[in-house]
Design a binder for this molecule. Structure first.
Ligand SMILES: [Zn+2]
Length: 422
């Protein structure tokens, strides 16, 4: 009987006299030294609480509060005074591919520039791979992410670039994520190199029809060497017409119209944002949408920054400070892909954002959790408040600051996904 107490420890003064629910298994994460809730309480975006506990029922957060008032539960995890954070929300990842491009990376580090052309190398390998091989790669990377605290990941297609290969990429992605993104417009494949209009017609027609049943989002790489603004607008409008949400890869390799196109279309996120004009920043900052954030709103189009790409291509980092100071909502994501950012580590991205992009540790942690959720227009993840999915990580550290302060160190002690320890 655990009325008013916990398995493994005696009843204390202040324990509520309430039996643990008999209909469901409840789990109490107790003795949390620093709890990041992202509830914005007291003007602190992270909503940090000291000496806290979290009660989990049915895979959801049921209660958050001081440890001394913690309700009874069937099971208990003692956080040992460590920091507990919401699981990372990685809102930008390309996990369905075959092969690797380590040699291309080595050549880049030896001085060759990054052009984006290597995507076609991965397309060839992906088309030649079996379903099981592709599935095994997604499973391996998804597990790698989970070990590093990522409990939500968006997964894009974009290495098939044929009707059948894009559809199967998304079918496999949907086995691992509810946030799947059709990126048939990643690059123009070699067989359409001299007739890009025909490829856009294919993407908007049969490819979209085959992909849409397995996708929540549509995305376009709007960049010199990929798709121009007219093609991007046409493709994204086709996706919107069949009910897909819009995301855009833009302004990674140079200035361009992609950010303003994303805002014009009400995209949930525009990703990379490395080369921005004042007009781009103004456009992002001036369109706002109601949300469950600290101030009740965020910018309609989140700027998702992907510092792993700048690291891996040895390029200048995006100016996060400029975006944050203008009031733009910022997310951090890995861009995990075999060419330009082969990292699955959100802690690494947090450390880069702090050291290289002048984000504070608190801003970086918020961007990697609540920011990612905003970029996916989700309110059930990226926070630890009643009703949210019980996705959390217990650090081997007393505070979230250590994620940036101790780069490269495996600080994720335990991860709970849907309330289940992994
Ligand atoms: Zn990407």
């Amino acid at each position: 009987m655990s009325v008013g107490g916990f398995p493994g420890r005696p009843v204390r003064p202040g324990d509520p006299v309430r039996p643990a629910s008999r209909n469901t298994t409840s789990l109490l994460v107790d003795n949390i030294g620093e709890l990041v809730t992202n509830d914005g309480r007291g003007g602190d975006p992270l909503g940090v609480r000291r000496d806290a506990a979290v009660l989990i029922e049915d895979g959801q957060v049921a209660w958050v509060g001081p440890a001394r008032y913690a309700p009874a539960a069937d099971r208990r995890i003692d956080a040992g005074g460590a920091a507990v954070l919401p699981g990372f929300v990685d809102s930008h990842a390309h996990l369905v591919f075959a092969g690797d491009r380590a040699a291309e990376f080595a050549a880049r580090m030896a001085g060759e520039p990054y052009t984006g052309g290597g995507i076609r190398t991965t397309v060839g390998a992906t088309r030649a791979a079996s379903d099981d091989d592709l599935r095994a790669t997604v499973r391996r990377l998804r597990a790698e992410m989970l070990r590093q605290g990522t409990t939500t990941v968006e997964i894009k297609s974009g290495y098939g670039l044929s009707v059948a290969d894009e559809a199967r990429s998304l079918r496999i992605a949907a086995e691992f994520s509810e946030d799947t993104t059709f990126l048939g417009a990643h690059v123009v494949p070699a067989e359409y190199a001299d007739r890009p209009d025909d490829y856009v017609g294919l993407v908007c027609g049969p490819m979209l029809a085959a992909a849409a049943p397995h996708a929540r989002w549509i995305d376009v790489f709007c960049e010199r060497g990929a798709f121009d603004v007219d093609h991007a607008r046409a493709i994204l409008a086709c996706g919107q017409a069949v009910g897909l949400g819009v995301r855009v890869h833009a302004n990674q390799l140079g200035p361009g119209p992609g950010v303003q196109l994303a805002v014009e279309l009400g995209a949930a996120s525009v990703d990379h944002c490395t080369h921005l004009s004042d007009a781009d920043v103004d456009a992002l900052a001036s369109h706002r949408i109601g949300c469950m954030c600290p101030d009740g709103e965020h910018t309609t189009t989140v700027a998702t920054l992907l510092p792993g790409a700048e690291f891996s291509t040895r390029s200048p980092y995006p100016d996060a400070r400029r975006l944050l100071d203008a009031g733009v909502t910022v997310a951090l994501a890995t861009d995990c892909n075999p060419g330009s950012s082969y990292t699955s580590s959100m802690p690494f991205c947090v450390a880069l954002a702090v050291r290289e992009m002048r984000m504070t540790p608190a801003e970086a942690v918020w961007a990697a959790t609540a920011g990612g959720a905003a970029a996916l227009r989700r309110t059930d993840v990226g926070r630890l408040t009643p009703g949210a999915r019980a996705d959390l990580m217990i650090l081997d550290a007393p505070t979230h600051l250590h994620l940036a302060y101790r780069p490269g160190v495996p600080l994720i002690r335990q991860v709970l996904h849907n309330g289940v320890p992994r």
